[in-house]
Ligand binder design. Structure first.
Ligand code: 9WN
Length: 446
């Protein structure tokens, strides 16, 4: 394995290349804007080399908060009304900020986590004053997730687009989308085999080989959902009234629950009593996660919002559930067995985004098989939190080895570690720095 110091140095260079002063692009030219959970992971790595810059990364996200509390999943770089910002037209919603163009949906709420980790790197005085400054932003964001995204008061937040989960074409969502939500024109493209025509309009496959990106039918399906949301001006009441797509996603909610706990810790540190309403919601969520457990298969799943039908397609989400930190011991044991099983989540370069034995599995197929470093980070944290120290350590080592040998790619084959997707990908670099530091000073994050 490459020397740890060299690895950290190379990772820092990637982050520098992708630095746009107030935010970091995930990778150019594929992803030229600021993304919510990318910036969170980037800040978690950056804090080890430049805490001030890590803080700016998050402050920049917070500036884009909508007046209703939502923090958008993309903040567009550059002037308003460029091609990408026109896809979203966030300015049509009265809650969107005036001077910043954003998307109209959110992404996994891992911001309290990023804040406390960055805060650990600041001196006492600065830490307290920054926490005081950002706490209201986070509190409003979590409140928005309950008031707008949990209309039936179930303790689980619903998502309206697969992009909100961060796992774009993940099979549990794609199956639901194909079976129930595909608009007629996309169905026709699929059945009449018109995709070669639409391939001409795709930019991503001009940059990355097509077999490493999602299929054209899936990409069209995702864009059609986005257009439907735009037609409703991202107004959740209008969206739900027209029974558009709504799923209580497992990855999203596991991250939400853990970040609720962290938000409570922040409130305690700055001696800011958390409101009773929010406190009540938070407690309910911890219990609600157990409703997503299926005792027959011994796994967690996402759930359709209206019918409560479980989307019983095993995916990486079942292991990300560990990150919530509230999984009962016997369930955690069953999940860890899946991680040890080479036909499920335990191939040579874990953790695959889909079980190796699944019919969906493609080793380089975007979120349908490859190993991603950010989900590894979440699983490592969950394993540690539930007392599986050896498993956490082994996954940390294998993740670092994979990156050191292959480079800072967006994702990797779980079978042979071969890299895929964008090169010089920011969160891969940032997480490499964070994991390398954990190995050197294990007490830092536990
Ligand atoms: C849509 C930026 C983002 C990540 C997501 C990943 C991908 C966007 C895309 O890239 O999503 O949000 O263009 O496909 O799926 O997790 O945040 O890196």
């Amino acid at each position: 394995m490459q020397d740890m110091e060299e690895l950290k140095q190379a990772a820092a260079t990637v982050l520098q290349q992708n630095d746009r002063e107030t935010f970091t692009v995930p990778a150019e030219p594929l992803y030229p804007h600021q993304w919510l959970w990318d910036s969170a992971f980037i800040a978690i790595g950056l804090r080890h080399i430049n805490p001030q810059r890590a803080k700016t990364e998050l402050d920049q996200l917070f500036k884009a908060q909508w007046t209703n509390g939502m923090i958008p999943h993309v903040i567009h770089a550059g002037e308003k009304r460029t091609r990408d910002s026109n896809v979203w037209r966030s300015w049509m919603n009265p809650h969107a900020p005036e001077d910043i163009s954003t998307s109209g949906i959110t992404q996994p709420p891992i911001l309290a986590e990023a804040v406390v980790r960055v805060a650990e790197s600041l001196d006492d005085h600065e830490r307290k004053s920054w926490l005081k400054q950002v706490y209201p932003v986070l509190e409003r964001y979590h409140m928005w997730l309950y008031t707008e995204r949990d209309p039936h008061n179930e303790g689980l937040a619903l998502q309206i687009h697969p992009w909100e989960t961060g796992l774009d074409n993940t099979p549990p969502w794609m199956r639901e989308l194909h079976d129930h939500q595909l608009p007629l024109w996309v169905q026709s493209v699929k059945s009449l085999r018109l995709t070669p025509l639409f391939n001409l309009f795709r930019n991503d496959t001009k940059i990355i080989p097509a077999h490493q990106r999602m299929s054209t039918v899936d990409a069209l399906a995702l864009y059609s959902v986005q257009r439907r949301l735009r037609r409703k001006n991202y107004d959740i009441n209008r969206i739900l009234a027209h029974s558009l797509f709504a799923i209580e996603d497992l990855t999203f909610n596991a991250i939400f629950i853990r970040n609720n706990t962290i938000l409570r810790d922040i409130a305690e540190e700055i001696q800011q009593p958390i409101g009773d309403e929010l406190k009540g919601y938070m407690e309910q969520s911890e219990e609600a996660l157990q409703q997503l457990w299926d005792p027959y298969s011994g796994q967690y799943y996402s759930r359709e919002f209206v019918s409560h039908k479980m989307l019983k397609e095993s995916s990486i989400a079942t292991l990300v559930a560990l990150y919530a930190g509230v999984v009962p011991e016997e369930n955690a044991d069953q999940l860890v067995k899946l991680l040890e099983d080479e036909h499920m989540f335990g191939p040579p370069f874990p953790v695959p985004s889909m079980p190796v034995g699944s019919n969906w599995f493609q080793e380089h197929g975007y979120w349908q098989g490859p190993t991603w470093v950010n989900t590894n980070w979440l699983i490592i944290d969950g394993l540690e939190r539930h007392g599986y120290k050896d498993h956490a350590e082994a996954l940390t080592q294998s993740t670092l080895e994979m990156i050191a040998e292959r480079g800072f790619y967006e994702y990797f084959s779980p079978l042979d570690g071969s890299p895929a997707g964008a090169e010089n990908f920011s969160w891969t670099a940032a997480i490499a720095i964070d994991l390398a530091n954990r190995i050197e000073s294990p007490s830092l994050d536990t």
